[in-house]
Design a protein around this ligand. Structure first.
Ligand SMILES: NC(=O)c1ccc[n+]([C@@H]2O[C@H](COP(=O)([O-])OP(=O)(O)OC[C@H]3O[C@@H](n4cnc5c(N)ncnc54)[C@H](OP(=O)(O)O)[C@@H]3O)[C@@H](O)[C@H]2O)c1
Length: 297
């Protein structure tokens, strides 16, 4: 497993990190089982994955608690990337980004407690603020947390090039998490060049397009209502047909190389200029192994 250092930090990460949204158990359907999730974390560790990406909203804290349980004392040997900001609006139940200094600090303290660690390796603003908080206030708080030793480095997720540029004018942003895959390449237009120019690490998510690039469906899948893909237009109609044609081509290419489509999709992403690492989701050890090219083709 290759590792890459995040410029301006002492943080070095394996080129594949395990994403813990699905194992939080609340947004990816009814087939998430804690025993499988723990086994997936162990398989990831055995394969040299040395960082895990979580968030307070993933299972409303369950992903963090599960990660703590699965990693045990090894939590000190890996890097934990987590996030601040997104919370559920008590009135509507909708997710909203609150990056006010008070909430950033509150989320950070709660994550430290749930994970049982003294310092978070990478703390990321999960989504641009929807409450009008000035960026400088949010970043100032993240930098205060770093100075206080509660955070090793901080980054952003889902910011545009303009947002990232504004952030870099006020604080040492170490990383940007953004969607990027064979079928989602808009970051190439401005975000990736900006990150390369300014030394910001890019952590790509949706490298499997939420499972589509594993080529496991031979017909349009139907998802349980608790699975976010039931409301994702990429999983029906002409968009699904277009994406599944790409997945079939990927599967043929993977067969020729004796690997899995998932592994090829992930390897493609991490080999692209400007991509530092991929955050890959998995519910079971078989899935994470297959995404690393260790499973059945
Ligand atoms: N910062 C952000 O705003 C943000 C947003 C999204 C994601 N992320 C991060 O990125 C991580 C990955 O999530 P993602 O949305 O990018 O999804 P993804 O990695 O593209 O897809 C993950 C899903 O694909 C299926 N899968 C994974 N490996 C497989 C394999 N080898 N064979 C067959 N199926 C497989 C699993 O779901 P099924 O088995 O149910 O099909 C799994 O939950 C998240 O956990 C999170 O850490 C961050």
């Amino acid at each position: 497993m290759q590792r890459r250092t995040l410029e301006g930090t002492d943080l070095s990460l394996s080129v594949v990190g395990m994403g813990c949204w699905a194992i939080g158990g609340s947004d990816w359907g009814p087939d998430v089982r804690d025993e499988d999730s723990v086994a997936a974390v162990h398989a990831a560790l055995d394969e040299g994955i040395d960082w895990f990406d979580t968030a307070p909203i993933y299972g409303r804290g369950h992903a963090d608690r599960l990660l703590r349980r699965a990693l045990g004392a090894r939590i000190r040997d890996v890097a934990i990337a987590t996030k601040v900001g997104v919370r559920l609006d008590p009135a509507t139940g909708e997710a909203k980004s609150d990056l006010t200094p008070a909430h950033v600090r509150e989320d950070c303290e709660a994550s430290l407690a749930r994970l049982g660690v003294e310092r978070i390796d990478l703390l990321q603003a999960h989504w641009p603020c929807e409450l009008g908080t000035p960026l400088a206030d949010t970043l100032g708080t993240l930098d205060d947390l770093r100075r206080e030793g509660k955070v090793r480095a901080f980054g952003l997720c889902n910011y545009s090039a303009a947002g990232l540029r504004a952030a870099l004018d006020v604080a040492p942003v170490a990383s940007l998490q953004t969607p990027y895959s064979l079928v989602r390449r808009e970051a190439e237009a401005d975000l990736l060049p900006l990150c390369r120019e300014r030394g910001v690490a890019v952590l790509a998510y949706e490298t499997l397009c939420r499972g589509l690039l594993t080529a496991k469906w031979d017909r349009m899948p139907r998802f349980h209502e608790t699975d976010l893909r039931a409301r994702d237009p990429r999983f029906w109609g002409t968009e699904y047909l277009r994406l599944s044609a790409v997945a079939r081509e990927l599967a043929a290419a993977a067969r020729r190389r004796g690997t899995t489509p998932a592994a090829l999709a992930v390897a493609w992403a991490v080999s692209r200029p400007g991509i530092t690492a991929a955050v890959v989701g998995a519910k079971t050890p078989t899935q994470i192994l297959s995404s690393l090219g260790r499973g059945k083709t």
